[in-house]
Design a protein around this ligand. Structure first.
Ligand SMILES: [Zn+2]
Length: 316
């Protein structure tokens, strides 16, 4: 096992680290259901390989992850929860990739932070489950998908699973998961809802018709995303407390607004597909009336570093 744990540590670990959208109990003390503010570190597309020396182009993915980790651990606002939005593994979801990721997560869980992960198209549900055996998994309400709801102070997060086929670019939520999301949003309507899955929902016309809130560094990359994006958007806009949909996959940072919903494209931790896009993470602070985002670029000289955006909660 990459992590050595004694009885007490193991018990604490199980309480603190979750996979597949599990909530970490220790984190709830800081960002729990009753808190007035929740502070979360949003990471996406870590692409960790089993071999921590592996590079793709100029980027060593493990080194990028460690740099982000040090950044968030040193963050003065102390994010109590870390959400990793898919493509946790390098290419095709090898079990060894997740074991290396578990080692990289150790300092985060030692700091008492909760961790939850979504799956992307470069993950493998079966090997992910094997690698995290013994960790606390939340029970998914959707068969064959990893989905969950996290009650985080003034907001609720709905984590979805858009992995359809390992190492194939598009993703699908599926009718069962969308039906569950629709019912779950209806059931939990007393707090603003933030929804997150790995894949981009848009076809370019959605961006072109939408309001640009944070422009992309240069050009939107035409990355195939959700095959059932239209259905997702139908569900999101039918619930007036849905404030935002967060996604990764394109390895680009930008925000646009469409049909009253913010669409937040998280940057990658690993390697941007173009040199102008930043790598890094996003600090996310939610209060009753709004959610505030701040881009934390790995390159502190990047022109988008420290960019801030306020997402007023719908109906607030
Ligand atoms: Zn990716």
């Amino acid at each position: 096992m990459p992590i050595e744990w004694g009885g007490m540590n193991r018990r604490r670990f199980l309480a603190e680290v979750g996979a597949a959208g599990a909530v970490l109990l220790a984190g709830q003390a800081q960002a729990g259901a009753e808190s007035n503010i929740s502070t979360i570190a949003l990471l996406s597309d870590t692409h960790i390989a089993a071999d921590p020396t592996l590079r793709r182009g100029d980027v060593n993915m493990s080194e990028h992850f460690k740099a982000v980790r040090e950044d968030l651990l040193a963050c003065p606002t102390k994010p109590a929860t870390v959400l990793i939005n898919g493509d946790c593994a390098f290419l095709d979801g090898q079990e060894g990739d997740y074991r290396t990721l578990i080692e990289h997560l150790e300092p985060i869980r030692k700091g008492g932070r909760s961790i939850a992960m979504n799956l992307g198209n470069h993950d493998d549900r079966a090997s992910f489950t094997r690698a995290f055996e013994g960790f606390h998994f939340s029970d998914s309400p959707v068969a064959d998908k990893h989905a969950t709801v996290i009650d985080a102070g003034p907001v609720r997060w709905f984590l979805l699973d858009s992995l359809e086929k390992v190492n194939d670019t598009p993703g699908t939520l599926g009718e069962k998961q969308l039906t569950w999301l629709d019912a779950s949003l209806a059931k939990h309507s007393d707090k603003p809802a933030l929804v997150m899955a790995h894949h981009n929902p848009h076809v370019l016309p959605m961006i072109e018709k939408g309001e640009v809130v944070v422009p992309v560094a240069k050009n939107h990359l035409p990355v195939p995303g959700l095959t059932d994006a239209d259905r997702l958007v139908d569900v999101l806009r039918s619930h007036k407390h849905v404030t935002a949909y967060f996604y990764g996959h394109t390895h680009q940072w930008n925000v646009f607004r469409w049909e009253g919903i913010y669409f937040v494209n998280l940057p990658c931790v690993a390697y941007p597909f173009t040199p102008v896009d930043p790598a890094g993470w996003v600090l996310c602070q939610s209060q009753a009336m709004h959610t505030d985002l701040e881009l934390c670029s790995l390159d502190k000289t990047h022109p988008m570093h420290a960019q801030k955006v306020k997402l007023p909660h719908r109906g607030a």
